[in-house]
Design a protein around this ligand. Structure first.
Ligand SMILES: [Zn+2]
Length: 282
């Protein structure tokens, strides 16, 4: 019933509020083919451009894959989707990350049933085929109230489907939450963002126990945009403290390192922007 109603409601809404592609302004397009193409490539490793992912404990930075640089039309698409209630872009962004997850699946599969996690800790579940928990980065309570939902959860479900498409048993599990009042991240330096966030990301233990299905669950984080890496670093720390192995993260877009050329413009293919990670799963 809902499936039949949605197109009708969408057409009715367009009569009242005309739709245009947020990437380029093309009228009557949710997301035009040209802007959608920017999301169509294979994901690349980008953690080398995120200083807050450096752990300072000898463990390599969290491997992070991004589809595209956070510039130009892609930035406009993500902002419209996340902060301007363009829920109609769910399909494009979720579809892009579902395809990206299939690219990442072989690397994730390499960690399933491995003898130890990235941090080298014991893995009581080793030898069994562990499923993967796809964990959305948590939104602040203020952002959740303003948006009426947590849009990254849509991406996490898509990533779980993409892993399953590639034969890796996976499910989305919203096991992280933000606690307490956190200052707005806008305008804060990278170290201040890290301090601001580190104590605020907590694990919903009951949800984790229910979703994990065994000891030492294997987690893949999902977020929309990678900037300094402070959010993912806080999420990684919280999950590890709760006994999880965090194998990496998948994001839609990454802020390019200073001076890097953008590949966010689909009309101007650029050479690879990012260096591969020093180690970790590749
Ligand atoms: Zn467009």
């Amino acid at each position: 019933m809902t499936e039949h109603l949605l197109p009708w409601l969408r057409d009715l809404a367009r009569l009242v509020v005309p739709v245009s592609c947020p990437g380029c302004g093309l009228p009557d397009e949710t997301c035009c083919a040209r802007c959608a193409e920017a999301l169509g490539g294979a994901p690349r490793r980008v953690e080398a451009g995120a200083p807050r992912l450096d752990r300072l404990d000898g463990v390599s930075p969290l491997p992070v894959w991004a589809l595209v640089a956070y510039t130009g039309p892609v930035r406009d698409l993500v902002v419209a989707w996340k902060d301007r209630a363009r829920l109609d872009l769910d399909r494009q962004l979720a579809g892009a990350l579902r395809r990206a997850a299939a690219h990442v699946a072989p690397s994730v599969a390499g960690c399933v049933g491995s003898a130890s996690g990235r941090t080298g800790g014991p893995a009581p579940g080793a030898g069994t085929r562990r499923g993967v928990l796809v964990v959305p980065a948590p939104s602040s309570a203020a952002a959740r109230r303003a948006r009426g939902r947590e849009p990254v959860r849509v991406l996490a479900r898509a990533v779980a489907r993409g892993l399953s498409d590639a034969g890796v048993r996976a499910s989305a599990a919203p096991v992280l939450a933000r606690r307490g009042r956190v200052r707005d991240q806008v305008g804060l330096g990278s170290r201040a963002r890290g301090r601001n966030l580190a104590a605020s990301v907590v694990v919903r233990r009951r949800t984790l126990r229910r979703c994990a299905g065994g000891p030492r669950p294997l987690c893949l984080l999902v977020d929309d945009v990678l900037t300094t890496g402070a959010t993912l670093a806080a999420a990684e720390r919280a999950l590890e403290d709760a006994g999880c192995d965090v194998v990496g993260a998948l994001v839609v877009a990454a802020t390019p390192p200073p001076g890097a050329r953008s590949r966010g413009d689909p009309a101007r293919p650029a050479p690879p922007v990012y260096r591969a990670g020093r180690s970790g799963i590749a």
